[in-house]
Design a protein around this ligand. Structure first.
Ligand SMILES: *Cc1c(COP(=O)(O)O)cnc(C)c1O
Length: 395
């Protein structure tokens, strides 16, 4: 069977795909069809938060699949209610949730909440949403327009109106006018290049927005679910957003997204919906993911993992100063800022040859999003492979 040929023939070419064929995994390790072992510092772009082949997650999914996978949102869905309660309690925010299937969809929900908030007595009073230039908010037409990287807007217009792009957090207040209803930001830009925002700048923005009755939407699709060491990056930044979106790590690989908001009564029946969103399978999986990660956090294991990983990553930047400007990131969302785009792509390719998966981000960042359950031994093995790769990079 020539899977590569079949893929190229029948699947649309939206990815510059690497044709390795992974057939199984165990935590941060993956094995291809030839039996070669890889260390995974990507966790499927921040998704497989509890690692590959996680027995506890697999048991929860199998148990649920044998009972009910799906009934519609027209009926009570037990694990959905429990997941919403758990996320609210763990976050410390007084909110309600809506469940979707992806990050882009969660952001669509956030944008709809903001737009509804901007409407008064059936009149559109405020509708503009300010986002950042290097942001990434997803691929649907609206989430793409919310994404401030204008190169990504080729071909797909006309777009919905009302998105305004700021160069920086500091510039946002200047761009607010009487039509502005919300600001949407990532606290650590992911796709944009692993770019943590300054905590004080974010806190003063949050204060200013509250004063001016402009909603703060925090896109935690990548930063959420313990990626930074806290349930939410918003917890780490000690802010109280009006709306938070989640997806990637929440289901451990089962598609699920969520929008949470303190505007608990913003929607009435019929305002928003989703066929699949929050079904038995995905919410049961997410509950199992939270069980696993909460235990890691409470036992201090997550903090120890972050410590070990960040030290190893920082050591690499020091050891290879001709390749990297610096090491960046928070928690298990980290990156090495390469001195050029060419170095970035060589590192990714050569790491792959050594049996290590890493990601690109922005123009010149090599990004690490390992499973949150990665062991110290897997960290050591991964960075040993990375060193071998870096010795072969040509500048
Ligand atoms: C990945 C990502 C998205 C899009 O999520 P999808 O599930 O691919 O729709 C949105 N925002 C951020 C910050 C992301 O990292």
């Amino acid at each position: 069977m020539d899977l590569q040929r079949i893929d190229q023939e029948y699947v649309l070419h939206t990815y510059a795909r690497n044709y390795v064929n992974f057939v199984r995994g165990k935590n941060a390790k993956l094995y291809d069809s030839e039996g070669k072992e890889y260390i995974d510092f990507t966790s499927g772009i921040g998704v497989v938060s509890v690692g590959h082949g996680n027995e506890e997650l697999a048991d929860a999914i199998c148990d649920q699949a044998r009972k009910i996978i799906h009934i519609s949102n027209l009926y009570l869905i037990g694990p959905q209610a429990l997941l919403a309660q758990r996320l609210v309690e763990l976050s410390g925010y007084d909110m309600r949730l809506f469940f979707a299937n992806s990050g882009a969809e969660a952001n669509e929900g956030a944008i709809k909440i903001a737009r509804k908030y901007g409407e008064v007595d059936g009149q559109i009073k405020r509708y503009k949403i300010i986002t950042l230039k290097h942001s990434f908010h997803g691929r649907t037409i609206t989430a793409l327009k919310a994404t401030g990287q204008e190169a990504m807007h080729n071909y797909f217009g006309p777009f919905p109106d009302g998105f305004v792009y700021a160069e920086s957090i500091a510039q946002i207040p200047e761009l607010i006018d009487d039509k502005t209803v919300a600001v949407m930001i990532e606290l650590i830009q992911g796709e944009g290049g692993v770019e943590p925002q300054d905590k004080q700048a974010v806190q003063s923005l949050a204060k200013e927005l509250k004063k001016r009755d402009v909603l703060l939407i925090v896109d935690e699709v990548q930063t959420g679910i313990y990626r930074t060491g806290e349930l939410l990056a918003s917890n780490l930044y000690e802010i109280e957003p009006d709306i938070i979106t989640l997806a990637k790590g929440l289901g451990g690989g089962v598609p699920i997204g969520a929008v949470m908001t303190r505007l608990k009564d913003i929607f009435s029946p019929g305002d928003h919906g989703s066929t699949f969103g929050g079904n038995y399978l995905s919410t049961r999986a997410a509950l199992a993911v939270l069980d696993i990660l909460q235990r890691q956090k409470d036992a201090g294991k997550l903090a120890a993992t972050i410590d070990a990983f960040s030290k190893a990553s920082q050591a690499i930047a020091k050891e290879f100063p001709h390749l990297f400007e610096k090491e960046v990131g928070i928690g298990l969302m980290r990156g090495l800022r390469a001195k050029s785009a060419d170095i970035q792509s060589q590192v990714i390719q050569k790491a792959f040859e050594e049996g290590l998966l890493v990601l690109k981000a922005g123009r010149n960042t090599v990004r690490f999003l390992p499973p949150l359950t990665i062991t110290e031994e897997e960290i050591e093995e991964g960075f040993a492979k990375l060193k071998n790769a870096l010795q072969r990079v040509e500048v």
